[in-house]
Ligand binder design. Structure first.
Ligand code: DI6
Ligand code: FE
Length: 400
C-alpha cells in the first residue's frame, strides 16, 4: 500500500517530457494523474494506479505539462529602449545606436541610477507576464551594472523576485556583457577586474555568463573569466555565435558549459563540441525576430548530433523585449522549424538542463519539484500554435 498523497490531480493528460528520441511524443500519458507530497511529485502515471490522496483535483481531461522554464532572461534592468526602437524603425542600425552611446550602455545608465527596490518593482510586471503563462522557473542575468556594486545590486534584485512571487529564480553573473565607460579601451583590464570580483558575487550567482562577440569580449578574455569561475566551482554558459563565429561554443564546451546561447553562426565543429560536452543549445527566436535576423541557427545539425535544444525569451530591453514563452515557442516552430515536442522540451526538460536543474524540475517524474502547468487545450500543439491567446488553466509551484 503506497503512502497517501496530499494532493492528486486526476483525469489529466500528461506530457511528461520523459520519452526518448527527439521528434517523438515525449512521454504522453492519457488518463493520467499526478500526486504530490511535501511539494514534490510523489506519483506521475496512469490514474488507474494512482495512490489515495487527501485532496483530489479533477482536471476534466486537461493537459498537464511540467511548469515552464525560461532559461535565459535579462528581466532585471532599468528603463527601456522604446526610443531606440523608433530610431531603428527610421533606419538606424543597432550598431550605430550603440556607437552613439545608446544600446547596452543606455540601459547601464538607467540600471545604475535605479535602486534595488526600483529594479525589483520594474521587473515584477515582466515576471508576472511570464508567470501568467505557466512559468515556474526563470533565469535572470546581471550585465547592466558593469561594476561590482551595480552587478551585485542586480543579482540581489533578481533573487528578491523569487521572494516576491511563487517562482524559482536562477541567477547568472553577466559582468562580461559590455565594456563600461570607466574601462574604455581596456577590455583586458575590465576582465581582470571581473575575475578578481568573482569571489564577491559568487554567493549571489548560480552561474557565470559572457557575451563573446566582436562588440563584446574575445574568446581569450572569456577564457580567463571561465577559468576564474571554474576555480570557484561556478558553472558557465555563454552568449555565442550570435552575430559572428568566434568559436565561442567550442570554448564553452571545453569548460563543460551548461549552455551556449543564440548560435546563429554556429558551425559543424561547434555542434560536435557541444554534443560531446553535453552543452545545451539555447535558442532565442525573439532576438532573431526583433533584430530581423535572417541567419537561422543550424537546427538540423544540432538535431542530428543530439544536442539538447532549449528555447527562451532572452527578455531584454534592446534586442528581445519579449515576455511570452508561449510566443517564443511559436517562433521556435515558425522561424526555426522546431517540432511541437522540441518546442515543449525546449521550455521544460532541456531548459532545466541549461540551468543544471534537470534533477529538480522540467519533467513530470517522481522526486521532482511539483511544478505544473495545467492547460485548457485539446492537444499540446495548441500551446505552440496560438499567437497571443493564453490557455493556462492553473499553475502549481512546489505543490500549491
Ligand atoms: N546579446 C544580445 O542580443 C543582448 N545581449 C547580448 O548579450 C543585447 C542586450 C541589449 O541590447 O541590451
Ligand atoms: Fe541574452
Amino acid at each position: 500500500m503506497r503512502e497517501r498523497c496530499e494532493k492528486l490531480w486526476t483525469h489529466a493528460r500528461l506530457w511528461t517530457g520523459l520519452g526518448t528520441g527527439l521528434g517523438t511524443e515525449l512521454g504522453v500519458i492519457e488518463r493520467g494523474a499526478i500526486g504530490m507530497r511535501g511539494g514534490m511529485i510523489a506519483y506521475a502515471g496512469p490514474m488507474a494506479d494512482a495512490p489515495d490522496a487527501e485532496q483530489v483535483i479533477d482536471c476534466a481531461g486537461r493537459w498537464i505539462t511540467p511548469g515552464l522554464i525560461d532559461c535565459h532572461t535579462h528581466l532585471v534592468h532599468g528603463g527601456d529602449r522604446a526610443a531606440e526602437f523608433e530610431m531603428r524603425l527610421a533606419g538606424a542600425s543597432y550598431e550605430e545606436i550603440a556607437r552613439a552611446g545608446g544600446g547596452i550602455l543606455s540601459t547601464m545608465r538607467a540600471t545604475r541610477a535605479a535602486s534595488e527596490e526600483e529594479l525589483v518593482a520594474s521587473a515584477l510586471p515582466r515576471l508576472d507576464a511570464l508567470i501568467a503563462e505557466g512559468v515556474t522557473t526563470v533565469e535572470v542575468k546581471s550585465g547592466y551594472g558593469l561594476d561590482l556594486a551595480n552587478e551585485a545590486k542586480m543579482l540581489r534584485a533578481a533573487r528578491r523576485l523569487g521572494e516576491e512571487r511563487p517562482v524559482s529564480v536562477a541567477t547568472t553573473f553577466l559582468g562580461a556583457h559590455a565594456l563600461p565607460p570607466e574601462f574604455a579601451g581596456d577590455a583586458d583590464g575590465y576582465v581582470g577586474m571581473l575575475c578578481e570580483a568573482l569571489p564577491q558575487v559568487a554567493s549571489l550567482a548560480d552561474a557565470v555568463d559572457g557575451f563573446c562577440e566582436g562588440i563584446g569580449f574575445s574568446p581569450a578574455q572569456i577564457e580567463r573569466l571561465f577559468a576564474a569561475a571554474r576555480r570557484l566551482g561556478l558553472p558557465v554558459k555563454l552568449h555565442a555565435e550570435q552575430l559572428s563565429n568566434l568559436h565561442g561554443a567550442e570554448l564553452a564546451a571545453r569548460f563543460g558549459a551548461l549552455s551556449a546561447d543564440h548560435l546563429e553562426h554556429l558551425d559543424a565543429a561547434g555542434v560536435a563540441a557541444m554534443a560531446d560536452a553535453g552543452t545545451v543549445a539555447v535558442l532565442l527566436p525573439g532576438a532573431f525576430y526583433f533584430m530581423r535576423d535572417t541567419r537561422r541557427p543550424p537546427i538540423e545539425a544540432l538535431r542530428r548530433a543530439g544536442v539538447p535544444m532549449a528555447l527562451a525569451t532572452d527578455c531584454n530591453p534592446g534586442t528581445s523585449p519579449l515576455t511570452s514563452l508561449l510566443l517564443a515557442m511559436n517562433m521556435g516552430a515558425t522561424l526555426f522549424g522546431l517540432t511541437i515536442d522540441e518546442c515543449l522540451a525546449g521550455v521544460t526538460r532541456h531548459a532545466a538542463r541549461a540551468l543544471g536543474l534537470q534533477h529538480r524540475v522540467g519533467t513530470l517524474a517522481v522526486g521532482m519539484h511539483c511544478d505544473l502547468a495545467i492547460w485548457d487545450v485539446e492537444r499540446p500543439a495548441e500551446l505552440v500554435y496560438r499567437m497571443g491567446l493564453n490557455p493556462l488553466h492553473a499553475r502549481v509551484w512546489r505543490g500549491s
